[in-house]
Write a protein that binds this ligand. Structure first.
Ligand code: PSV
Ligand code: MN
Length: 387
């Protein structure tokens, strides 16, 4: 693709931000507070809007319930609109209540399953009030010890619970189901992989799709293969982008392995799934434990854009010709030429054409916003989660 066509595609490509990236986070060892951290969802949206203001491509913010519970979600939506953003996916949370120690939608006790299903119905009400299109489900359900519960019965309970939630959705609402191979359950997780998620989604119906969190795979997993396969089936609903060195590290996307991110975006571009109407939501799911949060999100958005630009610059005709001719080194060379292109000048140019500063990191740093929130947000409890 020519640089001009790449710019046209990049102009339409948007990235959704997680509200929880702006709150305090940490590991099970320590959560470090940072100055100016939001104290409520209104302030989280204000910070997210800064990321959009300087990148121009992050107009939606995903909420997590109950972390982002407010009295009046219509009012929160209006607040978002005033800031120039909208509410994106609604994430359910059935992993932080004592009742869920042995599971939620798969729990052996029908009372706990009912509570977990009802929580999802509450999330669907939030979607109605915020005009959010997607319910995002990730479950911590699973087993620590062989024999602890029946693996098969848990799949049956899961199917039943998901069916009730799916039936509660409006016709224009979707469900997306995220998988993760371990943690917090260490022996067997109830939705461990894309195959299990896909099977449940297929049983539910066309408005149920798979979420691929890039941090949720064993080391060495070929993630771009999963992307290609789900796209073939029209079942890739969303990404949770982040990067990992060892486990589910939730570090900035593209920080650990920019080449992997490029390979993923290459599959996306090849399948035409970058287009806004492709049904794939490109989301970040990250925690900025030691770096400042707003610049951490800006950098992440830029990392996705750089990888996407490289993928768009792949000479598709030359690649197809080399592949067809069995020219192994030629085909690999076409891909590597695009990967090795410095796309930062092209993106800077694109931003200037859109009336933005060419360097979002520098523009944000010069704006004084970080100093302003540090001075203003005194008192109250900072938002956060974890230990
Ligand atoms: C689970 O590890 C997960 O990736 C899910 O998306 C949760 O909703 C999110 O992290 C919480 O940070
Ligand atoms: Mn995730």
């Amino acid at each position: 693709m020519t640089p001009e066509s790449a710019k046209a595609a990049l102009r339409d490509h948007t990235i959704e931000l997680p509200s929880w990236a702006f709150g305090n986070s940490g590991t099970r060892f320590k959560v470090f507070g940072q100055p100016g951290v939001p104290r409520d969802p209104y302030e989280k949206l204000a910070d997210a809007a800064q990321v959009h203001q300087y990148t121009g491509v992050a107009p939606r913010v995903s909420l997590h319930i109950p972390w982002d519970l407010v009295d009046d979600f219509s009012d929160l939506s209006r607040h978002a609109a005033d800031l120039g953003v909208t509410i994106g996916m609604i994430n359910s949370n059935v992993f932080q209540d004592d009742d869920y120690m042995l599971g939620s939608l798969t729990h052996p006790d029908a009372r706990v399953r009912r509570k977990a299903v009802d929580h999802h119905k509450q999330c669907i009400d939030v979607m109605r009030a915020t005009r959010s299109a997607d319910l995002k489900v990730w479950l911590a359900d699973g087993l620590n010890y062989p024999g602890q519960d029946s693996i098969r019965a848990r799949q049956d309970r899961l199917a039943e619970s998901l069916a009730e939630i799916y039936a509660a959705l409006d016709d224009d609402q979707r469900m997306v189901l995220e998988y993760k191979f371990f943690e917090p359950a260490f022996y067997s997780t109830d939705v461990p992989d894309w195959g299990t998620s896909l099977l449940h989604c297929m049983a539910l119906g066309e408005r149920a799709n798979v979420v691929l969190d890039t941090g949720h795979h064993a080391p060495g997993t070929n993630i771009e293969f999963i992307v290609a396969q789900l796209l073939r089936q029209g079942r890739l609903g969303a990404f949770d982008f982040n990067s990992r060195f060892y486990a589910d590290d939730d570090l900035m996307v593209g920080a650990a392995d920019p080449f992997q991110l490029f390979r993923i975006m290459h599959e996306i571009v090849q399948a035409g799934a970058l287009a806004p109407d492709s049904g794939v939501n490109f989301m970040l799911d990250q925690c900025h434990n030691i770096e400042p949060k707003i610049p951490g999100q800006i950098r992440s958005v830029m990392n996705v854009q750089e990888a996407t630009a490289k993928a768009l610059l792949v000479d598709a005709d030359a690649l197809a010709a080399a592949q067809q001719a069995g020219d192994v080194l030629g085909a690999n060379g076409v891909l590597m030429d695009a990967y090795n292109t410095d796309t930062r000048p092209l993106l800077a140019e694109l931003r200037e054409e859109q009336g933005l500063a060419p360097d979002p990191m520098a523009a944000y740093a010069a704006s004084g916003y970080a100093e302003k929130i540090a001075a203003e947000r005194i008192g109250g409890a900072q938002a956060g989660w974890g230990a």
